[in-house]
Design a binder for this molecule. Structure first.
Ligand SMILES: Nc1ncnc2c1ncn2[C@@H]1O[C@H](COP(=O)(O)OP(=O)(O)OP(=O)(O)O)[C@@H](O)[C@H]1O
Ligand SMILES: [Mg+2]
Length: 281
């Protein structure tokens, strides 16, 4: 109850209808930077050609969110996107995770699990004409055995046809890992590497405007230009950090009864709440 009262105060103080900078923003209200648009275009192209793709970027840059948006853009009648995000998956676990998401029976042994998934993919390709996409998040945490399995998943008809497209999503370490000698066979099969970049200064401003629009406030008149500069530098252009800093600064503004927030306010909050990115030198 107390929390709800605070939330109401917060909304009315700034004239918001919805709370901005939240994790569960509806897909249609997400911000789309030029880099995001290009990444989305490459994902769509890769999916249509049943490619193996790697989507990489720093923590909090928006990789999983981009896949969430992709899932809402793809017509359900022609695409089946199976998303899984588990660290430490063993090969058997991987197959069973895909099987269960496709509402199929899980198997106790690796061999039957693999065969069951391959048969299902073949049947889908022949009868439903649906394109299947496996999106595997946190892929930088997978071990070699599990990553190796993708070779089998992607191969069909003597390695001449790919029955699915695969998106490996992970932090930049994924590319480093795949560049090692023991991963050569997988590395060679990656058709495209897509890098999601942090926002630049003008993206940060557009991102914040987009969040305020979602909140029901047409005019961006809360952060001054200097405040925006500080938001950009302190967040390193990473939306997850940007959300935390904006939220905390807005809260601070409400407590100080300030409706216009500048660089001093942002920096005060960042320093006092230790919000700076540890990688930010
Ligand atoms: N395009 C966007 N529009 C609005 N908010 C976004 C957008 N992209 C990211 N965010 C916000 O940033 C947060 C972090 O994004 P996300 O979880 O996609 O990052 P990530 O790159 O997958 O990070 P990690 O590597 O830690 O998994 C999201 O929870 C969301 O609140
Ligand atoms: Mg993620």
């Amino acid at each position: 109850m107390k929390k709800e009262v605070v939330e109401m105060d917060f909304l009315s103080f700034y004239g918001f209808k919805h709370t901005p900078f939240v994790k569960n923003l509806p897909a249609e209200s997400l911000y789309e930077s030029q880099n995001c648009r290009e990444a989305m275009g490459r994902l769509r192209h890769g999916i249509d050609h049943q490619y193996m793709l790697a989507l990489v970027g720093e923590p909090g840059v928006g990789k999983s969110t981009l896949i969430r948006r992709l899932a809402t853009c793809l017509p359900r009648s022609s695409y089946k996107l199976i998303y899984t995000s588990q660290s430490g998956l063993t090969p058997k676990w991987l197959y069973n995770s895909f099987l269960s998401q496709m509402n199929l029976k899980e198997e106790y042994f690796l061999g039957p699990a693999k065969r069951s998934l391959q048969n299902e993919l073949k049947a889908i390709a022949e009868t439903e004409k649906t394109k299947v996409i496996f999106a595997l998040d946190e892929a930088h945490l997978l071990d070699r055995d599990t990553l190796e399995e993708f070779r089998f998943l992607l191969n069909s008809e003597y390695d001449s046809v790919s029955p699915v497209s695969l998106i490996l999503i992970g932090q930049k370490e994924l590319l480093y890992k795949l560049s090692l000698k023991e991963y050569r066979a997988i590395h060679q099969r990656i058709d495209q590497k897509i890098l999601l970049e942090p926002y630049d200064r003008s993206d940060v401003e557009r991102y914040i405007r987009c969040q305020f629009q979602y909140a029901g406030k047409e005019k961006q008149d809360i952060f001054t230009a200097n405040g925006m500069d500080a938001l950009y530098t302190c967040s390193a252009g990473l939306p997850r950090l940007l959300n935390r800093i904006c939220n905390n600064t807005l809260f601070y503004g409400m407590q100080q009864n300030k409706k216009l927030l500048d660089d001093m306010d942002v920096q005060y909050v960042v320093e006092h709440e230790s919000l700076r990115d540890p990688c930010d030198a």
